[in-house]
Design a protein around this ligand. Structure first.
Ligand SMILES: Nc1ncnc2c1ncn2[C@@H]1O[C@H](COP(=O)(O)OP(=O)(O)OP(=O)(O)O)[C@@H](O)[C@H]1O
Ligand SMILES: [Mg+2]
Length: 220
């Protein structure tokens, strides 16, 4: 269970400050799919980044299985990220002059997996997202939708417990979007926690819970 208590996040200082999250309290159950919805600028990516230990709240706490992850050291954060999470970022966060394989391998390298094992895991996930034939292409030469699928492959390759996906189907056509949702549903069936930021009602309809964020607050 992920339990978020009284989380606030303010970016910047004084006149230039933005209150992106204003006293968010909510629980996200294990092994299910949760959608986070809300208008542009309402704080969805900010919330996802806090859950995923990419950034710290200004105040409040976030606990995963009872462990407070919100105020740990930078080093500890990196460890937690690798242990718990697979990320699909809104801007993909791929390395443009790395090939598809090299990009997907990144979390496996961090996890200390050997070359042969990495190759098997990468090819397995690439065939699941339907891009095995692009494995030696530099990602800068892929289309937006292909980049998105590579970002998803990278998030899933290390078999994380919690998958955080920011608009994972936003740049995809209907059919590819549905394929991607099938992958997430499979992850859920494997007992994983999937959290998806989305503007799509179709995506939200496939989730077990929907959280609406409006102007930095949970809309009840
Ligand atoms: N690093 C930052 N520094 C300053 N302000 C920021 C930063 N990141 C986000 N913000 C601001 O915080 C607010 C929430 O941003 P956030 O990215 O969480 O919105 P969002 O709900 O994900 O929007 P979208 O649907 O457009 O992706 C916005 O007003 C944004 O401008
Ligand atoms: Mg966002």
């Amino acid at each position: 269970m992920i339990s978020i208590e009284h989380v606030c996040k303010t970016y910047g200082k004084k006149d230039a400050s933005v209150e992106a999250l204003k006293d968010i309290t909510l629980n996200i159950p294990d092994s299910g799919m949760t959608a986070i919805m809300g208008p542009s600028g309402s704080g969805k990516s900010t919330l996802l980044n806090m859950i995923g230990c990419l950034d710290s709240p200004s105040s409040g706490s976030i606990k995963i299985d009872g462990k407070d992850i919100s105020q740990v050291s930078v080093k500890e954060k990196a460890k937690l990220r690798n242990k718990f999470f697979g990320f699909v970022m809104q801007d993909f966060a791929l390395i443009p002059d790395y090939t598809v394989i090299q990009n997907i391998e990144v979390p496996l390298v961090y996890a200390g997996k050997k070359g042969k094992e990495r190759k098997v895991l990468v090819e397995n996930i690439l065939s699941k997202v339907g891009l095995l034939e692009k494995r030696n292409t530099e990602v800068q030469y892929l289309s937006g939708g292909q980049k998105q699928r590579i970002a998803i492959a990278r998030a899933l390759v290390n078999d994380p417990k919690i998958i955080l996906a920011d608009e994972p189907t936003g740049a995809l056509d209907l059919k590819t979007g549905q394929e991607v949702m099938k992958l997430f549903l499979k992850m859920k069936q494997m007992g994983k926690t999937v959290i998806i930021v989305t503007h799509s009602k179709e995506v939200a309809a496939q989730c077990d819970n929907v959280i609406n964020i409006i102007d930095g607050k949970v809309d009840k």
